[in-house]
Design a protein around this ligand. Structure first.
Ligand SMILES: Cc1ncc(COP(=O)(O)O)c(C=O)c1O
Length: 375
């Protein structure tokens, strides 16, 4: 592969789409079955087989998968669900859709995931469950959180939307512990279908409920105009499922490539003063690389760095804002200063361009541009 020109803009993310995706998309187009066809079922089977679970239920996005999960756990008005403020907004919104309240707890300063001690301390009479997020592909402390949930009789919904392929501290792939767990396939994710999501059910009855609710409340044996209860149109189109089938086929290679790009960054940034790794492991957990976030030293003006990188054709983003400070969560009473560890992570983190096809020369260019932008 020829090295990309040194002046070409480097985007933050870029999906891997090739001949196999084109072939499977064309097959669907020619079949005339654009929804509810065989490729949708095949995607669910292939995904479940790759992950190592009995079943997986596709959805139109990670957000709709989370919403279905919240409903399956029966969380609603009067319930509080313990969750992290350092996440993408959908992990809190999915609770609000059902009238449940996100009860934010601060994060671990090393892993940036939900701190089990903070969760334990925040449990109250209304606590109904825990919604851990495996942030930036880094596995949350599931054994500890599950122990708390067992002791206190709480349900668990794992937001694994950024963590396909991550392995937890007990050597288990994220999403395979028997909890409801969601994945997402937006174009920047480890695998992409444009829009798309998946939910791993906790048992066959839950799977049937998820499939019915994503399909307007129809049970498997019902006709188009039969509805056994409230439902949504959260189906994944067969065009997206075709992309999914092709992406699962190349998932191992894409994950390996992401890890290789991450280690190029590690080498390239080792000597850059003021820049360090954002997250570290506490135990044996292994991340699945989603984005490449770094920590900037406190005295560095991040906005200025982003602007300077932009002038050099390098995309970068402050990643990510704390959820509890968005207007609709402030309405619930949340304020600055409540979750100091999460707020500190938000203040110093910067995401650099990161995608499987990134060439060594592009990583080098980003590292150089970053070093120059700090001066
Ligand atoms: C942690 C987390 N949760 C949920 C979502 C929602 O996924 P989607 O964008 O597919 O709705 C995302 C996607 O960005 C995410 O990063």
């Amino acid at each position: 592969m020829a090295a990309p020109p040194q002046t070409e803009p480097i985007p933050l993310a870029k999906p891997e789409i090739g001949a196999r995706e084109e072939e499977l998309i064309l097959e669907v187009l020619r079949s005339g079955r654009l929804s509810l066809g065989p490729v949708g079922e095949r995607f669910e089977r292939d995904f479940a087989a790759w992950l190592g679970v009995d079943d997986a239920v596709s959805a139109s996005s990670g957000t709709t998968a989370l919403h279905l999960g919240v409903r399956a756990l029966g969380w609603g008005p009067g319930d509080e669900v313990l969750t992290s403020p350092f996440s993408f907004v959908a992990s809190a919104n999915c609770l609000l859709y059902e009238g449940a309240r996100p009860a934010f707890c601060d994060i671990d300063p090393v892993t940036l995931n939900l701190d089990p001690a903070a969760v334990e301390a925040a449990i109250g009479e209304r606590s109904a469950g825990i919604l851990p997020i495996h942030i930036f592909g880094f596995p949350a402390a599931m054994p500890e959180l599950e122990a708390i949930a067992d002791r206190r009789g709480l349900g668990i919904l794992e937001d694994a939307c950024e963590a396909l392929g991550a392995v937890d501290s007990e050597g288990r792939r994220v999403g395979t512990r028997g909890n409801l767990a969601t994945f997402a396939f937006y174009a920047n994710k480890q695998m992409a279908t444009g829009e798309g999501g998946m939910i791993v059910p906790s048992d066959p009855a839950v799977a049937a409920r998820l499939r019915s609710e994503r399909n307007q409340g129809r049970a498997a044996d019902m006709g188009w105009l039969d509805h056994g209860g409230l439902g949504f149109n959260y189906r994944l189109s067969d065009l997206a499922a075709a992309l999914g089938v092709a992406q699962v086929e190349r998932l191992d290679a894409m994950l390996a490539r992401r890890a290789a790009v991450a280690s190029l960054y590690e080498q390239g940034l080792a000597e850059v003063e003021g820049v360090s790794a954002l997250i570290a492991a506490r135990g044996k957990e292994r991340r699945s690389w989603f984005i490449y976030p770094v920590r900037l030293a406190a005295e560095i003006d991040r906005d200025a760095v982003i602007a300077r990188l932009g002038k050099r054709g390098v995309a970068a983003k402050a990643y990510l804002p704390c959820i509890h400070l968005f207007p609709h969560l402030r309405e619930l009473g949340y304020r600055e200063g409540q979750f100091p560890v999460a707020e500190a992570a938000t203040a110093c983190s910067l995401a650099l361009p990161f995608f499987p096809a990134m060439a060594e020369s592009q990583v080098a260019r980003v590292c150089e541009a970053l070093a120059e932008s700090l001066r």
